[in-house]
Design a protein around this ligand. Sequence first.
Ligand SMILES: *Cc1c(COP(=O)(O)O)cnc(C)c1O
Length: 388
Amino acid sequence: MFDLNSELSARRDAGLYRTRLHAESAQGARIRYDGKDYLSFCSNDYLGLAGHTDLRGVLCDAARDWGVGAGASHLLGGHSQPHEELEIALARFIGTERALLFSTGYMANLGVLAGLTGRGDRIIQDKLNHASLIDGGQLSRAKVSRYPHVDHAAVSHMLGEGFSGKQIVASDGVFSMDGDIAPVTELLAACREHGVLCYIDDAHGMGVIGESGRGSLEACGVDPGVEENRPHLLVMGTLGKAFGNFGAFVAGSEAWIETLIQQARTYVYTTALPPAQAAVSLAALDIVQRESWRREHLAQLVCRFQSGCKERGIRMMPSNTPIQPVVIGDKQRAMEIAHQLKSQGLLVFAIRQPTVPAGTERLRITFSAAHELGDIDQLLDALQEAGL
Ligand SMILES: *Cc1c(COP(=O)(O)O)cnc(C)c1O
């Protein structure tokens, strides 16, 4: 039998209980939760687009034209003109032949890994990969091998052992809890050499890093469109983070995308994104491409934070992205500091296991183009006051 109450209280006693806040305003650097105003450092709305005025207008207009829901799955009549236009624009942006929309990044990862591999195949994963990649690996029934974080030499070694089935090397592009960037160039080179697929989940890189916002691939100087990469590379981007909206896509060659349409069950057996949402993402993509000041401003904020940490002796992690975790190393202490910041009107979450390994409990601090330099100073002062 389930003994829910005792399991819940055991979880509470272990300091691992999860709760939710209730937002009473739109997402932004300043946001109201449960009757109190906060300066927020916890969203993934990196470019500040979730509450963008023009995008709100696009959503209203598109809803007037296309209704509120897709009404069907993509393959059974739910694929509409806004979806098609968005896929074409995303493929052009990334530089691949095709792109395919999924309802969420989580579903894209399940669909790709379980759709392309099965029993007798192997998925090689970074130890710190996102939960959705780990879950996709399990769903696939393929053998899963994990390598030490960003250790591309270990990947080469694993591939060099030889394997009879199909193989995929899967990695976050920007690691969600650490903020560092995967060695994409080296991973892809190893995959090319051994004739396997390199799958990059760029949920936190897309729109955010790379000169024109094309993410980890661009930041690492990888062109996914060139012939030698095409058979060996798929990249996933979510539309729920830097794009400020909802949904996700996978970009790659014609053959990969057509294969996913046939085989990715999280694509086939689910309702298509609302077409109005696709229209919003198309408009967001335009902002991502045109307004490079958002990325430049983010870089300035990161720079300010890092130099402020240095001055104050706050230990940073090796990240140059807008994910700037501060490791506390103790769950109780991490929770206390987050609580103290919250009472001062600064919202930062303490991240505990199983999201991060025990002993590396941290404050996950993220910046958005909607922040101002003064916001960073306020956070730094509060961190210092909290004894960091
Ligand atoms: C957020 C996230 C996802 C899931 O994307 P959603 O669109 O929110 O489902 C996948 N991978 C990583 C690394 C993420 O951070």
